[in-house]
Ligand binder design. Structure first.
Ligand SMILES: [Zn+2]
Ligand SMILES: [Zn+2]
Length: 187
């Protein structure tokens, strides 16, 4: 029997309540996993790059990976600040394949101009989609060439809007196998 997996969604910094709640609802509905909103934590000022005026994903993930977060198997952190990986101008979200913590930022999820201030139904839908995508990376799923599939890589909001909430048949099987054998080594 599979051990039921439990997902914690952590608001980081100043986040509208609705965002983590919508993400939790989608994790339960689309991936059939138990999910809860955890206690908020502060803005990761240690990760601010003063030249780019963006927040570096690396130290944020490292910091969250080092926290115990008792009672949950995987963590999705939700931020409203702009996040980046050194090789990209910005990212919607990030997760290490097979890791414990993934991130989603609301900052780039609305059409021009980007910013943290507005939270429309479109932005909430996109945030939930990015969160599900990153969560699947945490269960070892890689990017998928099969379109349509949640694991398709989205470089733009247009890509993201065309990406479905569900996994393709191949990824669904992979995801179920990963849940059956949590912690198995990467091939
Ligand atoms: Zn991805
Ligand atoms: Zn797929």
């Amino acid at each position: 029997m599979n051990t039921p997996q439990s997902i914690g969604v952590v608001p980081i910094g100043d986040i509208p309540d609705m965002a983590p709640r919508v993400i939790v609802a989608h994790i339960s509905a689309c991936l059939n996993l138990e999910a809860t909103v955890l206690k908020p934590i502060g803005t990761p000022s240690y990760a601010l790059d003063r030249q780019r005026l963006q927040f570096d994903v690396g130290p944020i993930l490292q910091n969250l990976e080092s926290k115990p977060f008792k009672g949950v198997d995987k963590i999705i952190g939700v931020l409203s600040v702009d996040i980046f990986l050194p090789v990209f101008t910005h990212v919607f979200g990030e997760a290490r394949q097979g890791g414990r913590v993934g991130l989603v930022s609301l900052f780039r999820l609305k059409k021009e101009p980007p910013g943290p201030d507005r939270l429309s139904p479109d932005v909430l839908q996109r945030a939930a989609k990015v969160a599900l995508h990153e969560l699947c990376h945490l269960y070892d799923l890689a990017h998928c060439e099969n379109n349509p599939c949640l694991m398709h890589f989205s470089g733009s909001l247009e890509d993201l809007d065309q990406t479905p909430f569900n996994l393709c048949r191949y990824c669904t099987r992979f995801f179920k196998d990963a849940l059956a054998l949590p912690g198995r080594p990467l091939l």
